[in-house]
Design a binder for this molecule. Structure first.
Ligand SMILES: [Zn+2]
Length: 208
């Protein structure tokens, strides 16, 4: 990701209020030596090491809502909300709705599938993609296995690529995509292009 962003001279800010825990070691890219350290700081350090391009990576060791309250500079060209709750994803999508593209992503309850949604200013918002979701309900599954996390991360990397690069061969036909390893519930075509709902409190006033 840092590599892709660096090609456009974008910097990378990583916002996460969690610390690395032992149970994260199997499913997230941390080592034993990282246990107890801020995920945001460790991720920023790793990202900086993994690219030879001059991208500046900064770790913000707070949850998004805390960082906003503290007045931390969250300026960005592109925003990615790959969190484990709809509460935080909705917060991020609303905060940046009018200004920046937001790529939201998550994992399914079974641990075999993941999804990504791209919200652009004045287009359909994340709530229009998930009108039935109760944001206060915690996710049933948050990365039981690394396969679905990697799969979903590749969707996110591709989505960012299509926002950053202007290559016709990277053209994207979707703003919502679900990938399922089990093959039981592939993304139905009609959900690929999420439309703005006129009832929506966030994006309903804009014209497509
Ligand atoms: Zn909406």
């Amino acid at each position: 990701m840092a590599h892709n962003l660096a090609r456009k001279c974008y910097n990378l800010n990583v916002c996460d209020g969690d610390e690395v825990r032992t149970e994260n070691l199997g499913t997230q890219k941390y080592g034993k030596e990282d246990v107890g350290r801020s995920k945001a700081i460790v991720t920023a350090e790793y990202s900086a090491k993994r690219t030879s391009l001059p991208v500046k990576t900064v770790g913000v060791p707070y949850m998004f809502s805390e960082a906003v309250k503290k007045g931390i500079n969250l300026e960005a060209n592109i925003v990615i909300a790959f969190t484990d709750s709809f509460l935080s994803r909705f917060e991020v999508s609303e905060y940046f709705y009018e200004e920046k593209p937001v790529v939201s992503a998550g994992l399914g309850e079974s641990g075999t599938w993941g999804w990504a949604f791209i919200q652009k200013p004045e287009k359909a918002c994340l709530r229009c993609c998930f009108p039935e979701v109760n944001p206060n309900k915690t996710a049933g599954c948050t990365g039981l296995t690394i396969d679905s996390v990697k799969l979903t991360s590749s969707l996110v990397t591709y989505a960012v690529d299509t926002l950053v690069l202007d290559h016709y061969y990277r053209e994207r036909s979707w703003n919502y995509r679900k990938i399922d390893l089990s093959g039981f519930c592939a993304c139905p075509d009609e959900k690929v292009k999420i439309k703005r709902s006129e009832e929506c409190g966030l994006c309903g006033n804009f014209k497509e």
